[in-house]
Write a protein that binds this ligand. Structure first.
Ligand code: EPZ
Length: 413
């Protein structure tokens, strides 16, 4: 990548990675065909598709038109193959559907990843509350239950994945399940809308108390995935950091409130309309303080991308990461590009600098990789980013989208 001119033009945001993955897992619950639209072309979707096929589902993915057809009439497998499931943490989301549909599931215990240990204790606490027998051995989690029974479950932390897994496990449970302190992310609402479209009875998704009344069966349905609010936020920063003027289509402003608020605090002009969001970057980028929180707070997934903008802001910014314990892997790489950042436990203090300088850097995880791309757009000289497979897990054709906006980059095999 080389220093790019101010980005200009329109970009269409793809469907949400963190919505399509639980929705695809949920398709295991139903008989009949589901047609999921707005499916982003991502490596993580390839892995989830392969998992569904592995369990016996028929899956057809029209990558050109962005939809996947799934028929899960014959689900015969319940053990997720290690070589498949271990590639992606979100594979653990098949546990709830398998437990609900066939009463048993065996899934590799997700390993840690670059951003933290990523335990699944809250998922398992929920399954146990519904009456499942849980065993952890040889690096696998096994869960068995003849008939799950509705229960009242309190989540110690509003975990997105635990909320999704417990909702999916509870759809066929006898009686009513209530999840207290549930995650309220838009992706939870999208999953609930898909499940209710199949005949589930889920109320309160999007609030911290979700009620699921068990039903007898679900039938496949059509559903379009919501736009990816993190991809949208990332492109908004791209427009701001290059002082460009870009228009984002296929976005839900409501899902981006904290990101829009912070961009405006940085002196970036953001205009929302029914058609989409316009972002105009100004010469002066003001330093701001950020604290990541569960939705509707500032999203942890935008922490790394936003830090690129703050590294060339005028003044000192403070970023506090409260959701994951090790989500500053991008800082070392940004410092190689000349950023002035100091880390004290979960806080990063960023002294804005006049310019960044290109060099060789490495993507350590999905959003850290995105922050390197954003910095490379404005860094003097050339930046070479390696391990970009991390980035391609969560950003559909990000190179093509940026080049269409005028970025000076090419993907090197
Ligand atoms: C989802 O991960 C997203 N992934 C993450 O996006 C996102 O950062 C995260 O939610 C928070 O918004 C998908 O949706 C596929 P959590 P998830 O359970 O479900 C702790 C990206 O870049 N925790 O809400 O794993 C956990 O350790 C990815 O797109 C427990 O302690 O997030 C973490 O500190 C990264 N026990 C915190 O909760 C549990 O059982 C938030 O985790 C579960 C979680």
């Amino acid at each position: 990548m080389r220093k790019s001119p101010p980005l200009r033009g329109t970009v269409r945001i793809s469907g949400s990675k963190n919505s399509v993955l639980p929705i695809l897992a949920a398709s295991l619950l139903a008989e009949g065909k589901s047609k999921i639209g707005e499916v982003p072309f991502l490596k993580d979707v390839v892995i989830m598709q392969d998992l569904l096929k592995y369990f016996g589902a028929e899956v057809k993915w029209d990558k050109v038109n962005g939809f996947i057809e799934i028929c899960a009439d014959n689900i015969n497998g319940y053990e997720a193959a290690y070589d498949l499931a271990s590639q992606m943490r979100a594979s653990f989301l098949v546990m709830g559907p398998l437990l609900a549909r066939i009463g048993k599931a065996k899934v590799p215990l997700p390993g840690g990843c670059a951003i933290g240990s990523r335990p699944v204790d809250l998922h398992l606490k929920g399954f146990a509350a519904l009456g499942a027998d849980i065993k952890q051995q040889n690096g696998y989690v096994e869960a068995y239950a003849n008939k799950l029974k509705g229960a009242k479950i309190y989540l110690d932390f509003p975990s997105v994945g635990a909320t999704e897994n417990i909702i999916m496990a509870a759809v066929y449970a006898e009686g009513t399940t209530i999840i207290e302190n549930a995650a309220v992310e838009p992706e939870i609402v999208d999953l609930a809308n898909y499940l209710n479209g199949m005949g589930a009875d889920i109320r309160g998704a999007g609030t911290d108390s979700i009620k699921i009344n068990g039903v007898d069966k679900l039938k496949g349905t059509s559903h379009n995935v919501i736009p990816d609010r993190i991809e949208a936020g990332t492109f908004m920063v791209a427009g701001a950091i290059t002082r460009g003027e870009i228009f984002l289509e296929n976005v839900v402003s409501d899902h981006l409130k904290p990101v829009i608020a912070k961009l405006k605090e940085c002196n970036v002009e953001v205009t929302e309309s029914e058609k989409g969001i316009k972002v105009c970057g100004k010469d002066v980028i003001k330093a701001v303080d950020i604290k990541t929180l569960p939705y509707p707070g500032f999203p942890t997934d935008m922490q790394a991308p936003f830090m690129s903008l703050l590294s060339i802001a005028e003044g000192t910014s403070m970023v506090i990461e409260t959701v994951f314990e090790n989500r500053f892997m991008h800082v070392g790489e940004l410092k190689r590009m000349g950023a002035q950042i100091k880390i004290e436990s979960r806080s990063a203090i960023i002294e804005g600098v006049k310019k960044l300088t290109g060099t060789q850097v490495r993507a350590t995880d999905l959003r850290a990789g995105a922050s390197l791309i954003l910095s490379a757009l404005v860094a003097e000289e050339t930046t070479e980013i390696s391990d970009i497979y991390h980035i391609e897990r969560g950003y559909s054709e990000i190179d093509k989208k940026l080049i269409a906006l005028g970025a000076d980059l090419e993907k090197v095999k």
